[in-house]
Unconditional design. Structure first.
Length: 478
């Protein structure tokens, strides 16, 4: 069977050749480089530093201080020494968030802290990754800075800052002097150090105009700022929209304004005008000297006339050892005089009283001897005589008259402008004169706002002549 033997020999040869080809294919496959499989964008990007040509590779932790879209690349500031450098971003550069995920370069912001690997010879970024050890505080409103100690306080936490601290708002570089306590900030740092501050809400100013009717009242700026209203008011506030309300008593006005950063906003309150207030000038004549006057429960100094709004007011006059006077004062005229006399506490027959426009303050007892000028010919015994005695000098225990029957006067000419009290009774404002109704010792007291009160003892004689007195100027209060 020679044919069959030949067929078996050929099959063996083909088997050897096939095995050799299979071994060759496997060997070639193992020698070829492996091609990495691309992810879907959510997988961790392989560190391209492993694929980069070996050069002068450097690493640092830096603050991102700017973007260069023309190069393109980043400007960075080394947090160790504050040195600034510009690095180029290429298609082979890896940009990652703090979790190592691939991100676009635009997602990194000025002020962020990043780990940077780069080729120092070419200034090309190999990898740039947000630093996962950096902290970030946003919406900071309660903060302060101590430039002498180089510290920055956030709430109750104290941090240090370097001389090369980055401060910025919308890409514009700022200094600590540009910040205001009203600014809202974001701070980024590491451990107990702050390396960048971003102003998220800046400040502007409010200048108030035409608000005279509110002076002395209160202004409400938004829901938190409450300030007394003063002249030439300029207030610094955080940018934003505000309802501004000015109040003085029952009088108020509200306006809504928008404050822009680094801009002055005028707030004109001229549309709110208080109706004209009519006032009465009241001259208070109160005895004895030193009594306190209260109008509507407010202590009032009455050395000079007091301006009081038209209407009805509660008044009280008090002094230790005397009965307190309380009453109601009605003011409906331009000017009026009020005479108030307090009586001693142990006086059982009289009560403290008040009257208007020169009426007798002793109306409670009806005793008017102290103002008797003998014009009706009253003799030394006090009897009323219808005839007028002109033949001789008529002197009673309550006053003196000249030979022709006219009354003599005491003239106090200085100190000018002072209130004059004689034996505790108000006589007027110097220069002033009053009938010479009492002889002997007079206790004359001068009171003037801003000056020391002074009392003098003077001897007045029944000599049938006028007496003129001048006293030194009062000394200013200390």
């Amino acid at each position: 069977m020679p044919v069959k033997k030949k067929q078996k020999s050929n099959s063996f040869i083909f088997l050897l050749i096939g095995g050799f080809i299979l071994i060759l294919i496997v060997s070639l496959a193992t020698m070829l480089p492996k091609t990495p499989v691309k992810g879907d964008g959510s997988d961790t990007v392989q560190n391209t530093a492993d694929q980069a040509a070996k050069g002068n590779e450097s690493q640092l932790i830096a603050v991102i201080t700017g973007r260069d879209d023309m190069m393109p690349g980043f400007t960075l500031r080394n947090i160790e020494d504050g040195q600034d450098l510009s690095l180029t971003l290429t298609g082979g550069s890896a940009v990652m968030d703090k979790y190592g995920k691939n991100v676009v370069a635009d997602s990194l912001k000025i002020g962020d802290l990043a780990e940077v690997t780069y080729d120092a010879d070419t200034s090309i970024i190999i990898s740039l990754k947000l630093w996962d050890q950096a902290w970030r505080y946003e919406g900071i409103k309660n903060w302060s800075v101590n430039t002498e100690e180089g510290t920055f306080t956030i709430a109750d936490r104290l941090y240090k800052y370097p001389d090369y601290l980055l401060i910025t708002r919308e890409g514009k570089s700022l200094t600590l002097n540009d910040l205001d306590k009203t600014d809202e900030l974001m701070a980024i740092g590491y451990e107990k150090n702050v390396y960048s501050i971003l102003v998220t809400k800046g400040h502007g100013t409010l200048r108030f105009e035409d608000y005279g009717d509110f002076l002395g009242g209160t202004v409400y700026i938004g829901k938190k700022e409450i300030l007394p209203i003063e002249e030439n008011m300029v207030v610094t506030v955080r940018e934003g929209d505000y309802d501004i309300t000015m109040e003085k008593g029952s009088f108020s006005g509200t306006k809504t304004v928008t404050v822009l950063p680094d801009k002055e906003t005028e707030v004109n309150m001229g549309e709110f005008k208080k109706p004209p207030v009519k006032t009465c000038k009241v001259n208070f004549h109160i005895t004895p000297l030193g009594a306190e006057l209260y109008i509507d429960n407010l202590l009032v100094f009455y050395d000079n006339p007091v301006d009081i709004e038209y209407g009805e007011h509660d008044i009280k006059v008090s002094l230790g050892g005397y009965k307190t006077y309380t009453g109601t004062l009605e003011t409906e005229e331009e000017e009026k005089d009020i005479f108030i006399k307090l009586v001693e506490s142990d006086n059982k027959s009289e009560e403290s009283s008040a009257s208007e426009n020169g009426s007798d303050t002793n109306s409670g007892s009806g005793n008017t001897d102290s103002t008797d000028t003998n014009t009706n010919g009253t003799n030394t015994n006090g009897a009323n005589n219808s005839s007028t005695d002109t033949g001789s000098s008529n002197t009673s225990s309550n006053g003196t008259t000249s030979d022709n029957g006219s009354t003599n006067y005491v003239y106090i000419q200085s100190p000018d402008g002072a209130s004059v009290y004689v034996n505790g009774e108000f006589k007027g404002i110097a220069p002033v004169s009053f009938p010479k109704t009492t002889a002997g010792q007079l206790y004359i007291t001068f009171i003037q706002s801003g000056y020391e009160t002074k009392t003098y003892t003077v001897e007045v004689k029944n000599d049938g002549e006028d007496t003129k007195l001048n006293f030194p100027a009062l000394e200013a209060s200390k």
